[in-house]
Design a protein around this ligand. Structure first.
Ligand code: CA
Length: 231
């Protein structure tokens, strides 16, 4: 695994994050501006980016825009800005996740792991079948099973689950999901999504009111996680 690139101008946060992440075994490369961050990204083997939005030479969203021209490495925005429109904008520009400061290191590491696992499994996901927790999804056959017991999904429910499974670890905005599953022009039909998510959760979650597979990211959308199973 390559290093984590931390683009953050607050030296206190930079120090706190480098101590905790290095203690957890990650190698860190630090940058404190949009420009130096892009240079570091183009010159080093990076496997994930932690990005602050308020940087001295510009907005972190400029970084996302520029980085996405040449790189599809996961980007987690780490920001004090807890504004819904800001989060959605960052995600739609190509960020994978958004954490609002203050956050716990445990939470940050869980998000890092979820995203790096998806990248590592990318080749596997090109294959026919993936397993997430107790859930096995077969793409060509469009079948799903839990603990090897097959469950019946409608076509749309399957498409929904497949989209989340292929993007696990990543926050998918309502608009992104609607346009991918229902098509262009459906981006605002959030009530469709709520109805189908409720149906899907009833079929795949042990307790649909406390979902483990696809969690709601308040104000942003949904994210598929690998649930922690105790067996
Ligand atoms: Ca800042």
């Amino acid at each position: 695994m390559g290093a984590i690139l931390l683009v953050e101008d607050d030296s206190g946060i930079q120090k706190m994050l480098s101590i905790s992440l290095e203690a957890a075994g990650y190698e860190l490369i630090k940058a404190s501006s949009v420009k130096s961050g892009l240079v570091a990204l183009s010159q080093n083997p990076i496997s994930l980016i932690l990005l602050d939005l308020g940087l001295p030479d510009g907005d972190g969203k400029t970084f996302i825009h520029e980085a996405r021209i040449f790189s599809d490495i996961p980007i987690i925005v780490v920001s004090a800005r807890d504004i819904e429109s800001e989060k959605i904008e960052a995600l739609e520009m190509g960020a994978d996740d958004y954490l609002t400061k203050p956050f716990s290191i445990g939470e940050l590491i869980a998000r890092i792991k979820a995203l790096t696992r998806r990248v590592r499994d990318k080749d596997e996901s090109l294959h026919n079948e993936i397993t997430i927790g107790k859930l096995t999804i077969n793409f060509p056959n469009k079948t799903v099973s839990i603990d090897s017991k097959s469950i019946k999904l409608t076509k749309k429910e399957f498409e929904l689950l497949a989209l989340f499974a292929k993007n696990r670890g990543k926050v998918l905005t309502h608009t992104f999901v609607l346009e991918n599953v229902w098509g262009r022009g459906y981006g605002n039909e959030t009530h469709y999504l709520r109805v189908f998510m409720a149906q899907l959760r009833k079929k795949i979650e042990e307790n649909p009111s406390i979902p483990q597979y696809i969690v709601t990211e308040s104000g942003m959308g949904y994210r598929m996680n690998e649930p922690i199973t105790n067996n």
